[in-house]
Design a binder for this molecule. Structure first.
Ligand code: SF4
Length: 242
């Protein structure tokens, strides 16, 4: 079956998930550099572990990024060891800090607040170890820009729902999804998809019988059809895809 991607479908999914979950809670803003380091710590790591690593790093260095950049790498690694991949991430963090200092003359990414989305993304992606998801996290969570991070949950849910083509990589999905959703809904859309992926549209066995978006979903291995009445309460798949 060929999925038809359209803003109508994305909006229909958005409203189904919003009806079910309610408004996502706002996320406290922090400065872009701190967000960048925190996001690097979250790469390939469960949130609970990366949060512990970031807390430990802040406790050890007091949020002084100059001190982190100048410390022996083993000290940085020890500070974040609780999060896993400590040696790799310590080196990556120091490399990023050194690169920013070399290019900007200071460890401060506040200019991103005033940069365009494209310019901000281009700068962040030019840093070693910063991929599309990390860049989008910084731009969305620290700068409030309409960048949509595609993590494993957002990617999986988007593929199953047919919001992106069947073989779209997570990297490609960033631009495809951003084009489908109005800028002022990007934050909520991201948060709704993540929670949906964690709680309902799970990787190994999606709970389709509990899915508020089941009537819109083209995933061939749905574990059951939509709940009775779902199609009468909501727009049909065909309507949403126009
Ligand atoms: S119907 Fe199932 S596969 Fe489709 S989005 Fe819902 S939980 Fe995921």
């Amino acid at each position: 079956m060929t999925a038809d991607r359209s803003p109508g479908l994305a909006l229909a999914v958005f409203h189904e998930l919003l009806d079910h979950q309610g408004d996502p809670p706002p996320r406290p803003l922090q400065d872009p550099l701190s967000e960048l380091i925190q996001t690097v710590l979250s790469q390939n790591t469960a949130d609970v572990n990366s949060d512990r690593a970031y807390t430990s790093l802040m406790a050890r260095f007091g949020g002084d990024w100059e001190a982190v950049a100048g410390a022996p790498v083993i000290q940085v690694a020890d500070a974040i060891r609780i999060g896993g991949l400590a040696d790799i991430k310590a080196a990556r963090i120091q490399s990023i800090l050194h690169e920013i200092k070399d290019r900007l003359g200071e460890l401060d990414l506040s200019f991103l607040h005033d940069a365009s989305l494209d310019d901000g993304r281009t700068f962040l992606r030019s840093l070693g170890g910063v991929g599309p998801k990390t860049a989008a996290c910084v731009l969305l969570f620290a700068c409030g820009k309409p960048a949509l991070p595609v993590d494993t949950h957002v990617h999986r849910v988007s593929l199953r729902l047919g919001l992106v083509p069947p073989k779209a990589t997570a990297e490609r999905a960033h631009e495809l999804l951003e084009a489908l959703i109005p800028a002022d809904l990007v934050y909520a859309f991201h948060m709704l998809l993540i929670r949906h992926g964690r709680e309902i549209c799970k990787a190994s066995r999606p709970r389709c019988e509990q899915c508020s978006a089941a009537a819109l979903c083209l995933f061939p291995d749905k574990t059951s059809s939509a709940a009775p009445g779902a199609r009468s309460r909501h727009r049909t798949t065909a309507e949403a895809r126009t």
